[in-house]
Design a protein around this ligand. Structure first.
Ligand SMILES: C[S@@+](CC[C@H](N)C(=O)[O-])C[C@H]1O[C@@H](n2cnc3c(N)ncnc32)[C@H](O)[C@@H]1O
Length: 361
């Protein structure tokens, strides 16, 4: 096996040359892992990743090879998959939505198989068949194994493709009655829920198909930060004025990283809402206002996700609700003192990938 190692790998000449010594060594698999590390350290990331993957494929169950190559190429499956399957509130919302809307005989289409959990819930809810696509080959392969292990292989088809490349009639034999997808991230739009859902509606679904969720929104409130490890504002430290460094104060942070306890200074407000049944503009600007309900210094606007499945079934990751998604904070250029009843207006710009917002002056 080792003699032919490298024949089918798209390596640079240098890496191929180094591989000759690996093949001749006493422990070629270990040397292969070490060579991938050397290449990574030498800024040859592509060669390094190819060899790390090859080492793992050969020694699938060798834990030391997993440890040695993970530094080089760790993205077989993003680790957040463990967080999202651990988020019971998220899964309960999707499971309840599927129980409510899936009717016997329905064909379900999913974008983003992951572990296959939503597809299996859809079958449990009565779907005749689920077609689910997953862009990452390793994840798609393991999802197939999970689905077989749980006895659903005849009712779920996993397609290892980018959803945008699916061919109706070929990958999916018939148009679907219901679409389910969890393709939102902390920032709402980062996993491309808007273009992907639009594509599904136009290319894969029946005209009156049900979409789960129906709408996705960003909600928020003014906050006075409390218990933040850091306020990201440099002042005088050990007698030195470091304030010019505030040019680098971030405008947006995940609260996960900041690890904050928060105190709200306004009621919760809807910042923007997307009805997935309609095409969203490629970009747009809007505004919203936050009404202070306490006196205090507003340091930021906190925002979180709101997924609406209809009939009062919603999912939110508003603190203190713990979730796999972290709220984000938008830090103001300087603290804004507010009294109960004061309003702060914001401008919001979005494209299909991200929301940007700032207080209007
Ligand atoms: C947040 S995970 C959800 C996984 C699973 N449905 C769940 O709820 O636990 C989203 C999945 O979508 C996949 N994905 C992202 N963009 C995709 C695309 N354009 N086509 C197919 N799959 C995609 C990712 O690789 C990831 O596995």
């Amino acid at each position: 096996m080792f003699k032919s190692l490298g024949k089918n790998l798209l390596l640079s000449d240098d890496a191929r040359f180094a591989l000759k010594d690996v093949v001749k060594s006493e422990n070629p698999i270990l040397q292969l892992a070490k060579l991938s590390q050397m290449l990574k350290a030498g800024q040859k990331a592509e060669d390094a990743e190819i060899l790390a993957r090859a080492a793992r494929q050969i020694a699938y169950d060798d834990f030391s090879i997993k440890v040695l190559t993970e530094w080089v190429d760790r993205i077989e499956a993003p680790v957040w998959h463990f967080d999202i399957i651990d988020d019971a509130i998220r899964l309960q919302a999707y499971a309840e939505a599927l129980r409510r809307y899936v009717k016997p005989d329905m064909i379900v289409f999913e974008i983003g198989t992951g572990t296959g959990i939503l597809s299996m819930l859809a079958v449990q809810a009565g779907a005749r068949h689920v077609y689910t696509c997953e862009i990452q080959p390793d994840v798609a392969e393991i999802a197939r194994q999970i689905i077989s292990k749980n006895g659903y292989q005849d009712r779920i088809t996993v397609i290892n493709k980018n959803a945008l490349n699916l061919e109706m009639g070929q990958d999916i034999p018939e148009r679907a009655d219901l679409f389910v997808a969890e393709i939102v991230d902390d920032t709402l739009l980062g996993e491309r829920v808007l273009p992907l859902t639009e594509y599904a509606r136009h290319q894969i679904l029946k005209p009156k198909a049900i979409l789960l969720p129906h709408t996705v929104s960003a909600r928020g409130c003014l906050i006075k930060k409390h218990g933040l490890r850091q306020n990201y504002r440099a002042k005088t430290v050990m007698g030195f004025d470091l304030s010019p460094f505030n040019r680098f104060t971030p405008t947006e942070l995940s609260l996960g990283r900041a690890g904050a306890e928060i105190e709200a200074l306004s009621d919760d407000i809807e910042l923007i809402k997307f009805d997935l049944n309609h095409d969203a503009p490629r970009e747009a600007t809007s505004s919203f206002r936050a009404l202070a309900n306490h006196d205090g210094n507003a340091e930021a606007l906190m925002r979180w996700l709101h997924l609406d499945f209809g009939d009062g079934l919603v999912f939110e990751n508003r603190l203190p609700q713990k979730s796999c998604w972290w709220p984000h904070i938008h830090i103001f250029p300087k603290e804004v003192p507010v009294k109960k009843g004061d309003e702060i207006s914001f401008e919001l710009y979005h494209n299909q990938d991200r929301l940007f917002l700032w207080p209007m002056t």
